[in-house]
Design a binder for this molecule. Structure first.
Ligand SMILES: C[S@@+](CC[C@H](N)C(=O)[O-])C[C@H]1O[C@@H](n2cnc3c(N)ncnc32)[C@H](O)[C@@H]1O
Length: 254
């Protein structure tokens, strides 16, 4: 399923603007205003904007010009300095090396083939300082997640608008291919005003799920040691984590 970026860029903040749990975690990684950071798959800047508030050396990269345009508007409004790059995270070429390279909120899972993941990791390796750090966030493929009926739209959340009469209902329907480890999802986004539905939009996208040990081997085989896996941005030991955040370093002999 190909993502319609025209629709996605206009809906993204409406649907995911309330996701904020991960932001302090990323901001706390920045050690000073000269910390050189690269965000791959930056989208509309949900994470980039708070990072740009603490370092002037952020490069935000995304495949979609529409997503980058939204980010640029926010940066201008906030008077923030950052470099925006429209590029593919598998093939980018920048003449800078970074202290920190991050792929927040499951962006790495947009890469659907092992070969794509490997190309991305090679590009990261090339752009990372020797003592640099990489952070990759992915969702944990839980049993509960697979236990879904692919004909049913499940409610994800209802978000209240600034005008208390408005709200946005988000539902999703997913089907799984266990061999290719692909999840095809249709998101349904329904806007309402005074209990009347004013707009319904559908958005299709595909992600690749990855098991934790598989991810560790993928990183190891492509030049990175997993130093830590953080659960749900709290480093808790809870089993039912939804997010697994891999903190990676360059493997010395690679
Ligand atoms: C789930 S969004 C995450 C956006 C943002 N980082 C956040 O945390 O809200 C994933 C982003 O990855 C981008 N993306 C997908 N495939 C990409 C690729 N091959 N190269 C660069 N960006 C890509 C999409 O355009 C989208 O903006």
């Amino acid at each position: 399923m190909t993502l319609n970026y025209e629709v996605w860029a206009t809906l993204y903040d409406k649907v995911y603007g309330d996701v904020v749990d991960d932001i302090p975690y990323y901001v706390n990684q920045i050690t000073g205003p000269d910390h050189a950071v690269l965000e791959l798959g930056c989208g509309t800047g949900r994470v980039s904007i708070p990072i740009a508030e603490v370092t002037s050396k952020l490069t935000a990269l995304d495949l979609s010009g529409q997503m980058i345009n939204v980010l640029k508007q926010k940066a201008v409004l906030g008077g923030l300095i950052l470099d925006c790059v429209i590029a593919d995270m598998r093939y980018f070429e920048l003449d800078v090396k970074f202290d920190l390279i991050i792929i927040p909120f499951r962006g790495f899972q947009s890469l659907l083939l092992k070969g794509d993941q490997e190309k991305c990791l090679a590009a990261i390796n090339k752009h990372l300082k020797e003592d640099g750090k990489v952070i990759v966030d992915m969702f944990f493929p839980s049993l509960e997640m697979f236990d879904q009926d692919n004909r049913v739209f499940y409610e994800v959340k209802r978000i209240s608008g600034e005008d208390p009469r408005t709200s946005t209902l988000v539902k999703h329907r997913s089907s799984f291919d266990m061999h290719s480890q692909l999840i095809e999802t249709t998101l349904l986004v329904e806007s309402s005003k005074a209990d009347l539905v004013t707009e319904t939009r559908y958005l299709d996208f595909t992600l690749r799920y990855i098991h934790p040990k598989e991810a560790e081997y993928l990183f190891l085989n492509n030049g990175f040691i997993t130093r830590n896996i953080v659960n749900n941005f709290t480093n808790s030991i809870e089993n039912q984590s939804s997010e697994m955040i891999f903190e990676l370093e360059k493997k010395c002999d690679y």
